[in-house]
Design a protein around this ligand. Sequence first.
Ligand code: FAD
Length: 541
Amino acid sequence: MGSPPSASLKQNNLLFLVFITILFFCSMPDTANLCSNQSSVNPSTVIPYKSSTNISSLETLQLDGYFRFDHIDYAAKDFGNRYHFLPLAVLHPKSVSDISSTVKHVFNMGSTSQLTVAARGHSHSLQGQAQAHQGIVINMESLQGPEMQIHTGELPYVDASGGDLWINILHETLKQGLAPKSWTDYLHLTVGGTLSNAGISGQAFKHGPQINNIYQLEVVTGKGEVVTCSEKQNAELFYGVLGGLGQFGIITRARISLEPAPKMVKWIRVLYDEFSKFSNDQERLISSKDSFDYIEGLVIINRTGLLNNWRSSFNPKDPLQASRFVSEGKTLYCLEIAMYFSPDESDIMNQKTESLLSELNYISSTLFLSEVSYVEFLDRVHLSEIKLRSKGLWEIPHPWLNLLIPRTKIIEFAQEVFGNILTGNSNGPILIYPVNKSKWNNRTSLITPEEEIFYQVAFLSSAMPSSTGRDGLFHILAQNQRILDFCSKASIGAKQYLPHYSTQEEWETHFGPQWEVFVRRKSTYDPMAILAPGQRIFRRK
Ligand code: FAD
């Protein structure tokens, strides 16, 4: 997924408004139903009953790492910046045994304690999913397992810690000329965090999401047991954990499949003014045998000087025609594609690219091309992060909405959402691209629409904390709700990705026939419902 947009921020009112926003959301039914043991709080105000007993009991544990009980407000924050649940303690584990002892200890306390445990990756969740109100947050990035191990050979792989960032995996594996096959758009996320969801990007049509590219996991279950699992060994746990929203175990190690790393990337953008032409081309490309290596797309609404902005990183094929193109007042669809290559084969790559482009129906004056290194391409969103951070625009609320939409409904969805609901400018990038279900393993916990081809649609909005206008949180949340309401009224068959619901009924609907399997796996691997309380699916027992 991309990065949030720039805009001006009035810092003066920021803290006050964030506080009011938190209070407002606490009082909404959204935060009430499934979290009787978890409510959003002002981090400094609540001294919970039994906390001192819980603290002294945790202090008895013999650990390689350590617990922190103070200065832990940061663990009540995430990228979404809307939900804030203060934990009782943060564990900085130095070994898998620290995690296992802690979970076992909580499990053995039984229902006399309401303690829960949340693994915290890079905390880039959107609605408190990596938080634990008055529970234990495990800072996964502190986990020091064995060094990353890279195995070359016919089926190369890397063994990495659950707390490793994907960007570090990229740099390490590149030393051996290798790299993972499937990515997210942004690499400063942890292995455990993305594998608990799916990890979807422009390579997913070819390789499936990241959860499809894992050979083996080491997991600490909700009983504190350390279990190695794979397709052949403890398969139920393996598939449960992949896309399992952290419900069945904490991923401490993952064996990730690798491929020879490309050196360079031809990165291309073209525009369409008709959605059906755009989606037809996307679908043709993901279905053809010898296609691009990366296929995504964007919806661009009423953007001034769009192609001028692109010139800083792309070259127009036809500069004169491109300079005459007007984007203002239009809804445009941008196909973003990439072909990997090595510099000594650039001629072959150019021929192949031209041949593929010649079959597409984009607006001819809008062809923009660029050549960048593989690392630059994969780490592209980090550049936006640096810019946004420097303007104070990274740590603001992000009311994102991610949907998976079946192919047969995508035109109806696009007409209503881009034609009626989203008018004026959007408040951040809107990604839209299709993937093939046949490349996705259907034994994982991830829920997708029924059809063979479905679209990932991501509304990556940023909300200006001081705004009560169209770029403010309330407006964006209302717009998200209109999109969801439309999907349900028009029976679009949409599934949320990075799902977030308030009631058990909604979770049951989300999982559909898979709900029973999900519940059964929960009672097997985390019977006291200790793990990942921030997902708000099960109540602590
Ligand atoms: P956290 O937010 O720390 O945790 C997420 C959930 O996983 C929590 O429930 C947590 O308890 C659990 N968890 C964390 N670590 C473990 C572990 N080791 N074992 C078990 N459970 C664990 N997603 C995509 O698929 N594609 C994208 O292109 C993409 N781009 C993004 C771009 C940005 C800028 C951001 C902020 C997010 C993006 N995401 C994308 C979403 C991202 O994949 C998820 O938010 C992911 O959970 C973030 O990883 P994290 O390490 O921050 O996890």
